[in-house]
Design a protein around this ligand. Structure first.
Ligand code: ZN
Length: 298
């Protein structure tokens, strides 16, 4: 049987696994992210000699270069993560293992995995947004991940910020009060003086968080028109956020778009991930499958 390898290359941890799909993971390892040499080297050793391994996919933190025609394809580019800026991530894996390697952002990969096996199965498009230590989004349209110049950086959309309502200036080094700057986990902690997971359900933090996330989602809804929106990441573990975000989205759209998804069926439109904490590594496996299909002209 054809096996696919997945690497979730995160800022704090690596997960490597291989198998034929979500119900058939043959082996998996997890380790803290170290230097590029250590982290990439361990992944290569894990996959080396696996019988039937056809391709590997890397779902990486970014920014990165996903363009196969670019001389720096497979590189993590301008990341502030120490030691990782301008690192060739995919190249050594392709050279050492001698098989096709797919490479994309963790959120594009998660969108692809949810599209193929999870919450957006059977649809033509979906958007995946993670809300955690940062905010990032990926989208699949017609089975293809959105790239363009490089890849979307959806966390950095500018949203209205009423400083009388919320005087917090924002957390983003580049923009201050972009969506990530106002609504990522560290922004919540800095604004309210306590980690998001310690704030009770009735704390005003959650209503404000839902308001900001809905402003971001509106921007994606009117530009991409995704058929489903999947919200993952640590902050979204607080499940009361889902009904709050849905209701803010409806209120802010003010009846302008009247699809079933945005009216009666909104509970099925803005949803948690189906693949849970495996979305990252399964995203890598989905990238591997997609890369193999492209290279073999399937
Ligand atoms: Zn920003």
């Amino acid at each position: 049987m054809d096996l696919y390898g997945g690497i979730e290359g995160g800022g704090t941890k690596f997960v490597c696994a291989y198998g034929s799909g979500p119900g058939d993971i043959r082996d998996e390892i997890r380790y803290p992210t170290g230097t590029p040499e250590e982290s990439i080297g361990r992944a290569i050793e894990f996959f080396r000699g696996v019988d039937g391994l056809r391709a590997v996919g890397i779902a990486s933190f970014g920014p990165l270069d996903p363009n196969p025609k670019s001389p720096t394809w497979g590189y993590v580019t301008t990341t502030p993560k120490p030691g990782w800026a301008h690192t060739d991530f995919a190249g050594p894996i392709r050279r050492e293992l001698g098989i096709p390697v797919g490479f994309d952002t963790d959120v594009n990969a998660a969108a692809l995995a949810e599209y193929r096996w999870g919450a957006a199965q059977g649809l033509d498009s979906c958007l995946y947004l993670t809300v955690g230590t940062g905010i990032g989004g990926g989208a699949v349209v017609g089975g293809q991940m959105i790239h363009g110049m490089m890849h979307p950086e959806m966390g950095h959309v500018r949203i209205p910020h009423d400083r009388d309502m919320d005087g917090y200036p924002g957390f983003c080094t580049y923009h201050g009060d972009c969506l990530e700057g106002l609504a990522c986990g560290p922004a919540m902690e800095a604004r309210w003086g306590g980690r998001a997971e310690t704030l009770p359900d009735d704390h005003p933090a959650w209503e404000l968080e839902a308001h900001y996330l809905a402003l971001g989602l509106i921007a994606y809804i009117v530009t991409l028109s995704p058929e489903r929106i999947i919200l993952g990441g640590g902050v979204m573990e607080r499940r009361i956020l889902f009904p709050m975000v849905r209701s803010h989205v409806q209120k802010l759209l003010n009846g302008y778009i009247r699809t079933p998804e945005l009216t009666d069926e909104i509970d099925a439109y803005i949803v948690p991930p189906d693949l849970g904490n495996q979305a990252g590594v399964l995203g890598g496996m989905a990238l591997a499958q997609a890369k193999l299909a492209t290279e073999s002209g399937m």
